[in-house]
Design a protein around this ligand. Structure first.
Ligand code: KG4
Ligand code: ZN
Length: 334
């Protein structure tokens, strides 16, 4: 089954071609330089850029896969959640392809796609708990089988990646901030500043990162820390964020009696988070799976892989499907 997958949910324009879950091409065009000027994604700029880029990226993805549209069996596109203008750019483009060719269409949940990105590189048995941590989401999902998941918990305020971005922005370290925070943290001591672990010991699977971010900002103000001497506070921040994510994920897996954890989203490329999860999951006899960093951040391949499981089960979308900006659990059929 040849699947063409498109993701335009935020600021990356991406088109991929897969044979089943095997990646034939995955073209990602990042708009990060455009948005860096503003310290965050500007929705109007993002949607205009998607409209400009999508046709060229689509052609490049087909060329790199050595395929033509006639070879494609299924068309897939991110339906939501995301920025509505950005989503519509991809959705309208793919609906156009579906209308003109009569090929079947699958609308994909972007958060579910982050969880499914693991199947681009390896096989994982169901059931598993999935931790999705990105700039827009921090959620724990329970997958009982492909296309069947339910939410165990989510963030009540900032997403994990958003908190990394905001502390980096506060210290004028550029955007997006996750990677630079990780790099600078290597030179810092993680136990140098006592920062809170919000909700870590509460008996639920929700997260909260806004209090941690505020504690970080208050400490920076009080101690006169700046860009030039921030490694210790950044390492302490990263440690606190990873500690909470790890503790809750392990507890979720243990509570559900599940022996596998799958991680996804941009923050899943953080090596401190990876180390902590590997160590604490091993202590509980739980296996943990991470996609390669290139498949952690937004990409069309994960959308196509998700669609593969839906198409394989005969689950298709109509041309009347609509974009949705906030997380929706309509496929929550556990
Ligand atoms: O999944 P993604 O590309 O986009 C969303 O769907 O949001 O994730 C982007 C997020 C950004 O907030 C970025 O700062 C964060 O992932 N990120 C990281 C790292 N690399 C990217 N956060 C922490 N450590 C990293 N190494
Ligand atoms: Zn994403």
């Amino acid at each position: 089954m040849i699947i063409l997958g498109v993701d335009t949910s935020c600021d990356d324009t991406s088109v991929a071609v897969l044979d089943g879950t095997r990646v034939l091409s995955n073209v990602v065009s990042s708009q990060v330089d455009l948005h860096a000027l503003f310290g965050g994604v500007v929705p109007e700029i993002a949607s205009r850029k998607h409209v400009e880029l999508i046709d060229g990226i689509y052609r490049q993805a087909l060329t790199e896969a050595g395929a033509s549209l006639a070879d494609v069996d299924v068309l897939a596109v991110t339906q939501g959640p995301g920025l509505i203008g950005s989503l519509l750019a991809g959705l309208c483009f793919v609906k156009g392809l579906a209308l003109s060719t009569g090929k079947p269409l699958v609308g994909v949940n972007h958060v579910e796609a982050h969880a499914m990105s693991i199947f681009l590189e390896q096989q994982v048995e169901f059931p598993f708990v999935s931790l999705i941590v990105s700039g827009g989401h921090s959620v724990l999902l329970l997958f009982s089988e492909p296309c069947r998941f339910r939410m165990l918990g989510s963030t009540r305020d900032d997403a994990a990646g958003e908190a990394f971005d905001k502390v980096a922005k506060y210290l004028d370290l550029g955007y997006p901030g996750g990677r630079v925070v990780e790099e600078l943290s290597r030179a810092g001591r993680a136990d140098s500043v006592p920062l809170p672990r919000p909700m870590m010991d509460e008996n639920n699977f929700d997260f909260s990162f806004s209090g941690l971010k505020t504690s970080f900002i208050n400490y920076v103000k009080k101690s006169g820390i700046s860009k030039s001497n921030c490694c210790d506070i950044l390492a302490s921040f990263q440690e606190a964020a990873c500690d909470v994510l790890t503790a809750k994920t392990v507890r979720a897996a243990r509570g559900q009696g599940v022996k596998r954890v799958v991680v996804g989203g941009g923050v899943a490329s953080n090596n401190r988070l990876r180390d902590m999860l590997v160590r604490r999951c091993a202590a509980e006899d739980i296996s943990v799976f991470f996609p390669s960093p290139g498949f952690c951040t937004d990409n069309g391949a994960m959308v196509a892989a998700t669609a593969y499981f839906y198409a394989d089960r005969g689950l298709f979308s109509g041309l009347d499907m609509r974009a949705f900006s906030r997380m929706r659990w309509s496929r929550d059929r556990c």
